[in-house]
Ligand binder design. Sequence first.
Ligand SMILES: Nc1ncnc2c1ncn2[C@@H]1O[C@H](COP(=O)(O)OP(=O)(O)OP(=O)(O)O)[C@@H](O)[C@H]1O
Length: 287
Amino acid sequence: MVELTRLGMRFPTPKGEFIALKGVDLTIKKGEFVSLIGHSGCGKSTVLNLVAGLTLPTDGGVIVDSREVDGPGPERAVVFQNHSLLPWLTVYQNVELAVKQVAKQKEQGKGKAWIKERTEHYLALIQMQHAADKKPDEISGGMKQRVGIARALALQPKVLLMDEPFGALDALTRAHLQDSLMKIQADLGNTIIMITHDVDEAVLLSDKIVMMTNGPSATIGEVLDIQLDRPRNRVELANDPQYQGYRQSVLKFLYEKQLHPQTDDEAESVSKPLKAKVTFASDIKRA
Ligand SMILES: Nc1ncnc2c1ncn2[C@@H]1O[C@H](COP(=O)(O)OP(=O)(O)OP(=O)(O)O)[C@@H](O)[C@H]1O
């Protein structure tokens, strides 16, 4: 389970403190697929970085499986838009690196055969066995993204964090990868938090769509539960009234309710700590 409680982030800037996020409360159940959607600059990446532990909050905190996040950890893997593969390693070696990391953490120690079997397993999962010996600059953007996902999955994370993973891909490759991701999640049951700008992608993939208000002091505006049966088929859903209804709700939020950004004056206001039920490291630092 992932719990965001009173989560806030204030950045120091030459013009004073900038309140990027304020009072974000969200509970994500194990195995849930949650999308974060909102206008550019509203704070989606900031939320993801806080859950990843890449940045630490100035207010509130994040709890993953009963532990407060105080830095990056192997139970939380991140997939970025620009597939950050190591260019001097082959596709196989890029995935193997993550498998070896897990092998090192396992108590009984895992041997070469286990590493080979697991690496091949993750390559098969993303259908990249044929390109195992290629270097990242010899494969397409979609393929690189697939390898990035395999590498993240190979870490066996409880939570997979994805920052616009398919944003840079063409529509067909994107559709193919979305379908693969749905299948992989059905098999492995990871909790996934994904940032997207694509309304159809959010409705098709998610159990929950978290819609964020415009910044400064961005927070969660609405949460939409997507109750479409799985497995989901994009072609069948295209004319499904329930699917269309969800789509309309997100579009309405983005283009009617949140069309106008808040004024810059709100950026000047300093957030007041809310009454704490749980004490986070950020509360202690502030005291
Ligand atoms: N280190 C920082 N210092 C100052 N301001 C920052 C910093 N990081 C982010 N911000 C500001 O916080 C706000 C939220 O940024 P963030 O990158 O989280 O938005 P986003 O919703 O992910 O945007 P996009 O959809 O364009 O990627 C923005 O106004 C951004 O300028």
